[in-house]
Write a protein that binds this ligand. Structure first.
Ligand SMILES: NC(=O)c1ccc[n+]([C@@H]2O[C@H](COP(=O)([O-])OP(=O)(O)OC[C@H]3O[C@@H](n4cnc5c(N)ncnc54)[C@H](O)[C@@H]3O)[C@@H](O)[C@H]2O)c1
Length: 261
């Protein structure tokens, strides 16, 4: 997919790996100057180095002071931020337990990263976009922000909250020229899901058939297919879209595919 992002400056969180990396790369290939940020510092340094006009730096979305510092440096060097993608996110690999048994430390880690991290970065960046009277903010939610799955209550709660936050931010920021949308990916092969169920080489293992049974298109997404959605929402052509959730899930949320009733 080709769009014109030349002269645009984009900040993508969690872009050392997976979906965030695919989004950052697609923006850079379409002309944007992209700041790759992550807690995985070697990864962002390596990935950003592919494009001379891009930068890679450490940024933990849970640490407000670090976020402010990174954004200050971006403003010093580039003078603006046109696109923010709040992609950094985690889910538990250790526990699949009911909500009343969910370990507090894992609950806090997921909510702090997947919800509070999005709020922290948005609160630092959106005033700059308001001052510019233009900007695009894209939150990466999940199909877990639209429907519930059992035994993942913290992730479900955080991702549902992101959908609500998208709508709340969209109506507050629309009069100021800033558009806010979300993407709800379905199961996507990434570094994170390789650890969970796709196996190190992305091939299907163990629990994967249970996931595939719910995907009408019969396969998980590639990270690049999620990136196409982000590219569309960042493009000049989507100037009338705000407050929406773009679902990219191979049909997962369209209905009860795994059973006949
Ligand atoms: N892969 C899927 O099936 C899928 C489906 C729906 C939604 N998502 C969402 O897409 C986003 C990306 O997921 P992914 O599968 O590419 O994950 P991933 O684990 O492959 O990559 C996530 C990246 O975020 C970084 N990160 C983690 N905590 C961070 C923090 N505190 N600050 C900054 N960076 C941090 C990691 O280091 C990693 O590079 C997440 O928000 C995830 O919830 C993924």
């Amino acid at each position: 997919m080709k769009v014109d992002l030349s002269d645009k400056v984009a900040l993508v969180t969690g872009s050392g790996n997976g979906i965030g990396l695919a989004i950052a790369d697609s923006f850079a290939r379409n002309g944007a100057q992209v700041i790759y940020t992550d807690i995985d510092v070697p990864a962002v340094k390596k990935e950003a180095a592919k494009f001379p006009s891009c930068r890679g730096c450490e940024m933990d979305v849970r640490k407000e002071d670090q976020v402010k510092d990174v954004v200050r440096k971006i403003m010093d060097e580039f003078g603006r931020i046109d696109i923010l993608v709040n992609n950094a996110g985690v889910n538990t690999v250790k526990h699949r337990v009911t909500f009343d048994e969910f370990p507090k430390d894992e609950w806090d880690w997921i909510i702090e990263t997947d919800l509070n991290g999005v709020v922290i970065v948005s609160r630092v960046v959106s005033p700059l976009m308001v001052a510019q009277q233009s900007g695009r903010i894209i939150h990466i939610s999940s199909i877990c922000g639209l429907v519930a799955l059992r035994l993942q209550s913290a992730y479900i709660a955080a991702k549902h909250a992101i959908v609500g936050l998208t709508r709340a931010m969209a109506i507050e920021l629309a009069p100021k020229g800033v558009l806010v949308n979300a993407i709800a990916p379905g199961s996507t092969v990434s570094e994170g899901t390789k650890k969970l169920f796709y196996g190190p080489d992305g091939k299907f293992v163990d629990r994967i058939q249970r996931i595939l049974d719910h995907i009408p298109l019969g396969r998980p997404a590639k990270a690049e297919e999620i990136a196409h959605g982000a590219l569309f929402l960042a493009a000049p052509e989507s100037a009338y879209i705000t407050g929406t959730v773009l679902t990219i899930d191979g049909g997962w949320t369209a209905g009860g595919y795994a059973r006949d009733f």
